[in-house]
Design a protein around this ligand. Structure first.
Ligand code: AP5
Length: 208
């Protein structure tokens, strides 16, 4: 089924989590969810679940991921929207690995919800490659291999990085070249600032 662009937006805080492959998005999200209770969804995990279910489009999705390319916007928005629908009572949403390009983000904000902030985990290609090659020994992921990692890095550079500039002041860049706990301290500071700011400004009344 194609994504329905006419459905109503969500009235809950949404935070996008951005960073190159292996920058540690998933690792940090696990910690955020434990401490803040937002509903976490990773677009990569949603796609892998869809592949596991063996739906009609599973082969095509698997192939796209193995090539390190982006899956089509309609499929991603439909999966994200459905997952948000299933978790309507969540106090907020952390969307990990999204948006992967500017049009995805713009369309999400137009038809689903406005994001209050983007956390961008900045890391060098060398470090990301090292982490992913380490994970490749056990992950079983079709895209954790030297050739696909290069392609994923290229896709990130060309299509995802422009998102950081586009969302400008809503982006908080975090140095991800450190240990997990050091990175998380910055995440906590940012989450605290966001909560304070939005409590003072009663954010959801202002947005819609
Ligand atoms: P996705 O599953 O989102 O993969 P990714 O963005 O490439 O990122 P990873 O999940 O591999 O890494 P991560 O940053 O979460 O790092 P992690 O914490 O796991 O996407 C896969 C594919 O699906 C895409 O290529 C695309 O084809 C498709 N797709 C997904 N979303 C899409 C979208 N919105 N639109 C279109 N297509 C989409 O950590 C990695 C490793 O490093 C782990 O072993 C971890 O233990 C280790 N580690 C983490 N932090 C540290 C640290 N600080 N120091 C040392 N090691 C660390």
């Amino acid at each position: 089924m194609a994504f329905d662009y006419r459905r109503k937006p969500f009235n809950r805080p949404v935070i996008f989590i951005l960073g190159g492959p292996g920058s540690g998005k998933g690792t940090q999200c696990e910690k955020i969810v434990k401490d803040y209770g937002y509903h976490h969804m990773s677009t990569g995990d949603l796609l892998r679940d869809e592949v596991k279910r063996g739906s009609k489009r599973a082969d095509c999705l698997k192939q796209t991921m193995a090539e390190g390319k982006l899956v089509s916007q309609d499929v991603i928005l439909e999966l994200v929207r459905d997952e948000m629908d299933r978790s309507r009572r969540a106090k907020g949403f952390i969307i990990d690995g999204f948006p992967r390009d500017i049009p995805q983000g713009l369309q999400f904000e137009k038809s689903i919800a406005r994001c209050i902030s983007i956390m961008y985990f900045e890391c060098t290609n060398e470090e990301m490659t090292k982490r992913l090659m380490g994970r490749a020994k056990t992950s079983g992921r079709v895209d954790d291999n030297a050739e696909t990692i290069k392609k994923r890095l290229h896709t990130f550079e060309e299509q995802t990085k422009p998102v950081v500039k586009e969302w400008g002041r809503r982006v908080r860049t975090i140095n991800a070249m450190r240990g997990v706990d050091d990175i998380y301290r910055d995440v906590q500071t940012h989450m605290r600032n966001l909560q304070m700011y939005h409590a003072q400004n009663n954010w959801y009344c202002n947005y819609y």
